[in-house]
Design a protein around this ligand. Structure first.
Ligand code: PMV
Length: 322
């Protein structure tokens, strides 16, 4: 009744923002991502007959409130399909700062889904595991399969799942996670999703998504890095335009965020190709080719306000470790 799993964070190239069904976390459109080495969660789930409530510990501290409720929602689903009624002790550890726009919920709920299913004696398919992870966090759906991943929006619990487009070795690109603020983010992505459709720009975003997904998939298929970079940077800026123009407005950027974004434009003028993509936080994910990783990392670390960089290479998805 005990299992341990490990799952990577992922960076979305096409972002999920806003729900068609908030309870099931069904998105409005497909999204695309890459799993990241160097930013992972390790989670142990043990079902214990003497417990009368689930217990969650993150990095040694007890988690209460909505964080614990979201964990219980995933465990409730596992209990429902396995018939096991026991409560669980969940201990989890991140290799990177929690809730700082580095998708800790993605790796966290993906590791939870895999560990909980195994601890309950279930053997679920990759597709089923990705639907279970989604109940805790939409982006966690994408941390189950390997490498470069597409999440199919679907229209029900069973049809909203992710699958691998390419193995991690397919393309030598890297994500240099540029940490400018390692604190907890001020506005959770759960709240952000619920505000998305208050932005007057949101209908235009939704109308463009199908074509954007196709364009990014084409650039991936052709390994056309400049095209890919332009597309993903534009997509991330579009997402942040929605955030900024929501009511109330959500502004995740700090001065150092803008410094990084401007530096990337200057470096591109010089021929050093690196592009930004950002989630719900101030940190910038800098995407570049493997051959330029050292040069870009050195330049990033020299910028004022950059606290550190974390290297994310394309990585395998969630898996059991014990
Ligand atoms: O999985 P959530 O609810 O934390 O939402 C993730 C939202 C973004 O990170 C901003 C975009 C994405 O697709 O990962």
């Amino acid at each position: 009744m005990k299992a341990t799993a490990e799952a990577p964070a992922n960076i979305a190239f096409i972002k999920y923002w806003g729900n068609a069904d908030a309870n099931l976390r069904l998105p409005h459109h497909n999204t695309i991502s890459m799993n990241l080495s160097g930013a992972k969660t390790t989670t142990t789930v043990e079902f214990v007959s003497s417990l009368d409530a689930d217990e969650v510990f993150l990095g040694g501290s007890k988690v209460d409130g909505t964080g614990a409720e979201r964990v219980s929602k995933v465990l409730d689903h596992i209990r429902k399909i396995s018939g096991n009624k026991q409560r669980a002790r969940v201990t989890t550890h991140n290799s990177f700062p929690t809730a700082a726009g580095i998708a800790s919920s993605a790796s966290g709920f993906a590791a939870l889904a895999v560990a909980a299913a195994s601890a309950a004696g279930l053997s679920l398919t990759e597709q089923e595991l990705s639907t279970v992870a989604r109940l805790g966090s939409g982006s966690a759906t994408r941390s189950i399969p390997d490498g470069f991943v597409e999440w199919h929006a679907g229209s029900s619990h069973e049809t909203s799942f992710a699958e691998s487009l390419y193995a991690p070795e397919y393309w030598d690109i890297v994500d240099i996670i540029t940490v400018v603020d390692a604190d907890q983010k001020k506005v959770s992505s759960t709240l952000g999703h619920s505000l998305a459709d208050t932005s007057l720009l949101y209908p235009a975003r939704l109308a463009s998504m199908k074509e954007k997904v196709e364009s990014v998939k084409r650039a991936l298929a052709e390994k056309d890095f400049p095209r890919f970079g332009e597309l993903i940077e534009e997509e991330s800026l579009n997402l942040h335009a929605i955030m900024m123009t929501s009511r109330p407005s959500v502004l995740y950027w700090s001065p150092a965020t803008v410094r990084v974004l401007q530096a990337l434009r200057e470096w591109r003028q010089e021929g050093l190709l690196a592009y930004s993509t950002m989630d719900a936080g101030a940190n910038v994910h800098v995407i570049t080719r493997g051959e330029d990783e050292t040069a870009v990392t050195q330049r990033l670390q020299a910028l004022k306000g950059v606290e550190k960089t974390i290297l994310g290479k394309p990585a395998a998805g969630a898996h059991l470790v014990k």
